[in-house]
Design a protein around this ligand. Sequence first.
Ligand SMILES: *Cc1c(COP(=O)(O)O)cnc(C)c1O
Length: 214
Amino acid sequence: MIADNLKKVKSRIDSVEHDQQVQLIAVSKARSINEIQQAVDAGQMQFGENHLQESLDKIDSLEGKNLIWHFIGPIQSNKTASIAEKFDWVHSIGRYKIAKRLSDQRPPKLSQLNVLLQLNIDREKTKSGFFLEEIEEIIPEIKKLPNISLRGFMCIPNPDNSAESFTKMAELISKYPDLNVLSMGMSADLELAIEKGATFVRVGTDIFGEREYN
Ligand SMILES: *Cc1c(COP(=O)(O)O)cnc(C)c1O
């Protein structure tokens, strides 16, 4: 079933005309190692997690399979060391302090940690991330950090407003020719996100089924 769902999601991605390369992240939060393994067996290599504690067992159990792990959840500063050690990408940088800690704590034997700045694109009280007007000033500071590599931006728009928000993200990244990663689009709106320029889509429900929690 997971294999069939993956096929369906990939054909939805292919159904949208796009020039950019689009990569699918299977959001495996709240999913078992067995479910992740089924996705791996179907060829899926990239996974997204948003609870650190829950993700560590999974990452350890699946070590050696060359999977790529994306941290996409809220980050408390006392959790940065494990994230810096275990993940390949972090999408949810919403404060300078977090970026600094991840850079300081990235083990020297690993390559730079790929990071995205999260935008609170609809200025929602319940969401974290930078406001658009903060980005220009923060980018040079982030770029100075030696052990992380800034690649682009991520957002979780208000579903009522996603077309407009995705467009704002596309306009933002067009100002930075050296950044080319836009992480946006989930089960419900991945087509729209791709149309607007998404390069990572993060899909949970439509691959693994409904979750017990978010
Ligand atoms: C849970 C989650 C997703 C996946 O959402 P679905 O609607 O299940 O596809 C994507 N991005 C983030 C940041 C999430 O927390």
